[in-house]
Write a protein that binds this ligand. Structure first.
Ligand code: ADP
Ligand code: TRP
Length: 320
């Protein structure tokens, strides 16, 4: 099975990114043909500082490699190193009804938040469609917020195939219900743009602060607490298996444990879970040349993968 996903280098990567997408991708590389990239073109819709984008791109790549992305087992590259994706975006734009894009929640939400509507923001799902279709992706692991974009990719592929024959594989989003939306410190969706994240590679001191800032109610220490409405529990449970979750649930219901203590344990759990990745990240940061070499090799592999399909597309539309 061919699995593909990308992540935008538009800020520090957080637990929502990890559980929503990154950890799944890292597992997939063991059992499928995995394609994973840093979506720097998409990040241009929110980052205009070129130096910041370039630095963020290398950082996001280092984050992924530190978490276990293995370039020997997968194809791992930076989106802009495969220019065919822009060519295909244009081709697909001609099979994209305006209404399809106008209905996209992500676009409407951004406009609703006061972000100026421009063509990049509007056409974002077409570029994402090109990412997906160019690699004949079957499965696209994403968080819930990206589901509609994968459906758009499917719709566009169907329209194109109707005209030219079965050229593109129809992709399926893959969303794990358990982690579809990881809550942030305030209980809303964890997101860079809401400033409510727990960052995977923040310094320990900053990380402790983030975890201590998780919003809780004012139930006193000795009283029973409701795990289902508690933001700390909803984040903590992501690290635990079923029996560990049940145990923590019992502690909540029994009373006698304060939120401060639970947060402290969560912090310790977090550090223990990510300690190897955090150490590897330090090593990688000390050797940016190594990251660049990995990405250059990944881009070459990615371009080789798409060249035949791109030839078929050019021939179909008459631009060869
Ligand atoms: P952000 O909302 O912080 O800007 P992105 O949009 O860059 O995050 O998301 C990158 C990937 O991580 C996507 O697959 C997205 O669905 C997933 N993701 C982001 N935030 C969450 C979350 N809170 N819960 C689950 N998945 C998430
Ligand atoms: N839009 C996705 C996000 O913000 C990132 C992305 C770009 C992507 N291209 C993709 C995800 C293709 C999956 C497949 O998270």
């Amino acid at each position: 099975m061919r699995v593909l996903s990308g992540i935008q280098p538009s800020g520090s990567l957080h637990l929502g990114n990890y559980f929503g997408m990154m950890s799944k991708m890292i597992t997939y590389q063991e059992e499928s043909e995995l394609f994973c990239f840093i979506a720097n073109y998409h990040a241009q819709t929110s980052v205009s500082d070129g130096k910041l984008l370039a630095r963020g791109t290398i950082e996001a790549a280092a984050n992924f490699l530190a978490l276990g992305m293995d370039p020997e087992k997968s194809t791992f590259w930076v989106q802009s190193d495969v220019p065919e994706v822009q060519e295909l975006t244009w081709v697909l734009s001609n099979f994209t009804p305006m209404g399809l894009l106008e209905r996209c929640h992500s676009y409407k939400d951004k406009i609703g938040k006061g972000i100026a509507a421009n063509h990049g923001l509007f056409a974002y799902p077409v570029l994402m469609t090109a990412d997906i279709l160019l690699f004949q992706s079957e499965t696209v692991p994403v968080g819930k917020d990206q589901k509609q974009h994968v459906e758009v990719a499917r719709d566009i592929a169907i329209k194109f195939n109707n005209e030219y024959g079965e050229i593109f594989t129809l992709p399926q989003p893959e969303i794990d219900d358990d982690v579809a939306t990881v809550p942030g410190l305030d209980g809303q969706k964890m997101s860079k743009s809401y400033g409510n994240t727990i960052d995977l590679f923040a310094e320990e001191k900053a990380l402790r602060k983030q975890i201590m800032r998780i919003v809780t109610d004012s139930t006193p220490v000795e009283e029973p607490k409701n795990p289902d409405t508690c933001n700390v529990f909803q984040i903590y449970r992501l690290f635990l298996d079923k029996s560990q979750q049940d145990e923590l649930r019992k502690r909540y219901l029994a009373g006698g444990t304060g939120y401060g203590e639970i947060k402290k344990r969560l912090f310790e759990y977090f550090i223990a879970t990510f300690s190897d990745a955090r150490a590897r990240y330090e090593e990688l940061q000390a050797d940016p040349g190594e990251i660049e070499n990995i990405l250059a090799a990944g881009a070459e592999e990615a371009r080789a993968t798409v060249s035949q399909l791109m030839g078929t597309v050019r021939e179909a539309v008459g631009t060869c």
